[in-house]
Design a binder for this molecule. Structure first.
Ligand SMILES: *[C@@H]1O[C@H](CO)[C@@H](O)[C@H](O)[C@H]1NC(C)=O
Ligand SMILES: *[C@@H]1O[C@H](CO)[C@@H](O)[C@H](O)[C@H]1NC(C)=O
Ligand SMILES: [Mn+2]
Length: 471
């Protein structure tokens, strides 16, 4: 008897959904005659209904599991891009994704008059399926009146399919897609500058080349910039597994920081920031730094604030440079928690850097420290003593930019924007703690905060043996 009732409930629910579908389809087809605005608000609803019915590998962001027999081949293909290319190639370029937003985000209403955006995507030897899935997700999940164009900047890729084949393919897409080719390998920073210079939208949105945008990702970003054009906004970056391409929601409870070595890191959103938003997690989080891959910025503001440091090479440090610059020079940096974009996080980079990864990042970080960090650069130099030998070129242009924009000192940033930083604002001395009898030093042994310290032979190189006396 109970089973019978259960069946009736299931049937009734299915019937209800069918009716809703039919209603929406009818309403939508009627809409040929109605005004543009109605169509705009209906499209996402219709798409959501359609995507509920999708089946196939990876649909609704599900994991793709490769059968055992293909594992050899899969491992070979993995090496090309450092992600599971076989899985990615099985997934539709327009696959459906779950709606991972907070409930409060789904019902938010944004102004009709939003600035439009150019989407700039830099790629270097990217896989066909990941690159085009990025482009499709942008086109299919952005209202077209807000999408000025998509600009693909090819940083001197060598793969054939990224040449004429790609050019012909994008001609048939519903949104103008422009392809710009760098003459030689130039790195993310210079390639983005080129893309930005060619863009026409009122806002520039930078994305990585292996992303997937979710329903409603764009409107909250643009709405925030409309409210305050000096706000630079990032979506929540969801995780697309490099092994299975499963789509996993990122947390709205983490924000960007950095450590003494100037590595970008995620940290829990502190209580003071929760309090400022009165506990409303759908409001944007003010973040001290950004990861750098995905953000939107007002086009003119991007110029005013000094775009990127073109003296930096390839990649690395540019995200912190931009973060410090925005905050110190009167702007703000936020994570808009109602906007979700997925990104394939990889465990290793598939790219080779001209000059070597370590050297490039050290040079960029020195430029960052010299221009923006005032006396606090010493923390960086003490903890990574090898860095001071690296030549960082001429920073006079960036220093005069800082002067012209009347930017605040780094101590202001630490005090007001990043008080939970590991860098102490006041200290009496820096050094090692040595037992002069045994010549052994306190050493954090590479462990995390609040874990036990160890004892190791003193090496006098700072790093794990660096201590500070704060009171
Ligand atoms: C993807 O495109 C195909 C072919 O145009 C279409 O049949 C399918 O419904 C689309 N999938 C989604 C999730 O929109
Ligand atoms: C973007 O908006 C500006 C200002 O409203 C307008 O002049 C321009 O034509 C728009 N671009 C596109 C591609 O919609
Ligand atoms: Mn990436």
């Amino acid at each position: 008897m109970r089973r019978f009732v259960y069946c009736k409930v299931v049937l009734a629910t299915s019937l209800m959904w069918v009716l809703v579908d039919v209603f929406l389809l009818l309403y939508f087809s009627e809409c040929n005659k109605c005004d543009d605005k109605k169509e705009r608000s209906l499209l996402p609803a219709l798409r959501a209904v359609i995507s509920r019915n999708q089946e196939g590998p990876g649909e609704m962001g599900k994991a793709v599991l490769i059968p055992k027999d293909d594992h050899e081949k899969m491992k070979e293909l993995f090496k090309i891009n450092q992600f599971n290319l076989m899985a990615s190639d099985l997934i539709a370029l327009n696959r459906s994704l779950p709606d991972v937003r907070l409930e409060g985000c789904k019902t938010k209403v944004y102004p009709d008059e939003l600035p439009n955006t150019s989407v700039v995507i830099v790629f270097h030897n990217e896989a066909w399926s990941t690159l085009l899935r990025t482009v499709y997700s942008v086109i299919n999940r952005s209202p077209h009146y807000l999408l000025s164009e998509v600009i693909l900047v090819d940083d001197a890729s060598e793969r054939d399919f990224l040449k004429l084949t790609l050019e012909n393919y994008v001609k048939n897409l519903e949104v103008p897609v422009k392809i710009i080719r760098m003459e030689e390998r130039s790195g993310l920073i210079r390639a983005r500058l080129r893309g930005a210079a060619a863009s026409k939208g009122q806002v520039i949105t930078f994305l990585d080349a292996h992303c997937e945008c979710t329903l409603g990702w764009l409107e909250p970003l643009l709405a925030r910039i409309k409210e305050d054009r000096k706000t630079v906004v990032c979506p929540i970056i969801d995780v697309i597994s490099d092994d299975t391409f499963e789509y996993m929601a990122g947390s709205d409870m983490t924000y960007g920081g950095f450590n003494w070595k100037l590595n970008f890191r995620w940290y829990p959103v502190p209580q003071r920031e929760m309090d400022r938003r009165k506990g409303d997690r759908t409001l944007p989080v003010r973040t001290p730094t950004m990861a750098g891959g995905l953000f939107s910025i007002d086009r003119n503001y991007f110029e005013e604030i000094g775009t990127y440091d073109a003296g930096m090479d390839i990649w690395g440090g540019e995200n912190l440079e931009m973060s410090f610059r925005i905050w110190q020079c009167g702007g703000s940096l936020e994570i808009v928690t109602c906007s979700h974009v997925g990104h394939v996080f990889r465990k290793a980079t598939p790219y080779t850097f001209p000059g070597g990864t370590g050297h490039v990042i050290n040079k960029n970080n020195r430029r960052l420290a010299e221009v923006w960090m005032d006396e606090f650069k010493d923390f960086f130099y003490i903890i990574s003593p090898g860095v001071v030998k690296v030549d960082y070129g001429d920073v006079s242009v960036r220093k005069s930019l800082r002067e012209n924009l009347k930017c605040k000192p780094f101590s202001w940033y630490l005090e007001n924007i990043y008080p939970d930083s590991q860098i102490p604002r006041r200290y009496y001395s820096l050094g090692e703690i040595r037992n002069v009898e045994t010549n052994q030093c306190l050493d954090n042994m590479g462990r995390k905060e609040n874990e036990k310290v160890g004892i190791f032979n003193c090496h006098g190189m700072g790093g794990n043996q660096q201590g500070k006396m704060t009171s």
